[in-house]
Design a binder for this molecule. Sequence first.
Ligand code: XLS
Ligand code: NI
Ligand code: NI
Length: 440
Amino acid sequence: MAYFENVEKIQFEGPKSTNPLAFKYYNPDEVVGGKTMEEILRFSVAYWHTFTMDGTDPFGQGTMIRPWDRFSGMDLAKARVEAAFEFFEKLNVPFFCFHDVDIAPEGSTLRETYKNLDEIVAMIKDYMKTSKTKLLWNTANMFSHPRFVHGAATAVNADVFAYAAAKVKKGLEIAKELNAENYVFWGGREGYETLLNTDMKLELDNLARFFHMAVDYAKEIGFTGQFLIEPKPKEPTKHQYDFDVATGLAFLQKYDLQDYFKFNIEANHATLAGHTFEHELRVARINGMLGSVDANQGDPLLGWDTDEFPTDLYSTTLAMYEILQNGGLGRGGLNFDAKVRRGSFEPEDLFYGHIAGMDSFAIGLKVAQKLIDDKVLDQFIAERYESYTYGIGKEIVEGKTDFHKLEAYALENDQIKNVSGRTELLKAKINQYILTVLAE
Ligand code: XLS
Ligand code: NI
Ligand code: NI
């Protein structure tokens, strides 16, 4: 049964194409820097935004018109799986991601929830036998249900902690069953509202205990996917513990978890934390912690997670620059944690959103590869820091100096000459490279 009967398989038609249902820049087989676009970009569809959410916002009801709307309960869950695999096939994406509650409805007991999950997971597994689309990651939703009102692994109530553990245990079993590349932790309610009622130390210690137990259980069942933490500073909780990559890293280091986790970096979470997307990617990369990406974009005029499809070429370029410098994403991918606007409610909009995102990252990839090939930034940066390659600078980086020697040196060399950082020149160069790729 076809859910998207007006849409054929999306093909690459090139930049001159006027067909809205075609890729203009994303050509899965095109080789960039020795690998195909498909291998480098590893695109993934987010099940929740594309098949589960209906456009509800705090002021209004759902607006989305979906071909599976006529079903309910487990029939709806099954219809969504059918629609999802049709969508993956037509979009030709290698990966997808889901939360437990996206794929199957919660029952009135945990046992019933498990039963529902088992049925849908078996169905997904069956579809995966003949589909090229693999599971990039799954995760447990521990933020929507009222039981998680005061947190999950950082809950004030030990019964909630236990319930959360049961959900993640099941999630890891599902990850193993479906051969997930990664398993994600995003702690929407792991944080606090006010310190007046919060034992921050206990909450953080408990979060670490929870993660250690997850690591142990994955080992026990032989799940070898990569564990990922997805930082976000706020929303829904006022202050979230995994604020940004640097905060998450300090936490992982303090609790001896660093070897078991990497980060899943979301563009819109970066901007909510007051960083650029590329800043978060860079912090993760230089610490060997860049695992995967939630590819979306925020709105600079709005202070919340708007989860738009990424269309800002400047941002996709700088993101791909970090990803290429990282040697790729390894087991990670570019997951479109993105939703069509509430006003874009027709089923075809789901294709337009993904095509826009995939083309934008394809352009970013091509530009970033050219910037690297031509050493545009590398060379400028190497020259900028050249003073550390000889003389006193070399002694500093080799650890061969101290404050006595540096003072003696400074006393003899106190007429300092700095040179321009050339920000505007470099920005103009990036524009030039983007325009060159677009003109090809
Ligand atoms: C919410 C998060 C969430 C995670 C998965 O802001 O981005 O969707 O990616 O739980
Ligand atoms: Ni996300
Ligand atoms: Ni998000």
